[in-house]
Design a protein around this ligand. Structure first.
Ligand SMILES: Nc1ncnc2c1ncn2[C@@H]1O[C@H](COP(=O)(O)OP(=O)(O)O)[C@@H](O)[C@H]1O
Ligand SMILES: [Mg+2]
Length: 236
């Protein structure tokens, strides 16, 4: 799915939290959003994913405004995913059930993705009893199982061990390569941004300060603000 944004703003009270002039996201690419807390990253991603209204502006998905068909092809994974109080299997099967897949197909697809993410052993466990990393994997499985055209991820691997991060990243990359899905990922992990993203967008105070090819933006930023932000990530 390709996305075009024009003059998008979101205002809470008196505060402009998102203020974008123009942004184009191409089909099949992976976009990283970086920036400090409160920059407007989550708000922007939720608006793009159709979960929140903008105050004004235009977004086109493959040339069309947001409609039910577009919404059906978008998946948003929140930083703290909300899992249903039922088994892991039922949580992952849910998006397929509401899309009326038959029972056999549901079983095959859910089993396959649980294997891929290393959570097959958890299939009968109550999803609300999982650890942080396990919950994130279940949430990602639920987000990917119906092959969305746009995957919007809000800090999907915050507070997760490196092994689980690797499993999650592999699943994201695989869907992007094999199915050509467009991915937007908010991250505070610059290594992850470099590993996954074609393109990085640096946001602060609701605006895009700088955007460019991943390697170039991270290793060789042009703007002073970007340099300052990235310098805070250098391990000492
Ligand atoms: N529902 C809301 N009502 C009022 N202010 C909000 C609301 N949601 C977010 N904000 C404010 O919008 C700004 C951007 O928030 P957010 O998009 O969550 O930033 P980020 O994800 O970059 O940390 C913050 O100052 C936040 O307090
Ligand atoms: Mg956020």
């Amino acid at each position: 799915m390709d996305i075009r944004i024009e003059n998008l703003t979101k205002i809470y009270g008196e505060k402009i939290v998102v203020d974008l002039e123009k942004m184009t996201l191409e089909k099949g690419k992976v976009y990283g959003i970086i920036g400090p807390n409160g920059a407007g990253k989550t708000t922007m991603l939720k608006i793009i994913a159709g979960l929140e209204d903008s105050t004004k502006g235009k977004i086109l998905y493959n040339g069309n405004p947001l409609n039910d068909l577009v919404l059906k092809n978008i998946t948003y994974m929140s930083q703290r995913p909300y899992l249903l109080r039922t088994s892991v299997f039922n949580n992952i099967a849910y998006p397929l059930k509401i899309r009326k897949y038959n029972r056999k197909t549901i079983e095959n697809k859910v089993n396959e993705i649980m294997q891929e993410l290393g959570i097959f052993e958890l299939r009968y466990q109550l999803a609300t009893s999982l650890s942080g990393g396990e919950s994130q994997k279940v949430a990602l499985a639920r987000a990917l199982v119906f092959d969305p055209a746009l995957l919007a991820l809000d800090e999907p691997t915050a507070n997760i061990d490196p092994n689980s991060i690797e499993i999650i990243e592999k699943a994201i990359v695989r869907r992007n390569r094999e199915k050509g899905i467009t991915v937007i990922i908010i991250t505070h992990n610059m290594g992850q941004a470099k590993r996954l993203c074609n393109h990085i967008i640096f946001m602060d105070r609701g605006k895009i300060i700088e955007s460019g090819k991943a390697d170039q933006l991270i290793l060789n930023p042009e703007k002073e603000e970007t340099k300052r932000f990235l310098s805070l990530y250098i391990e000492r």
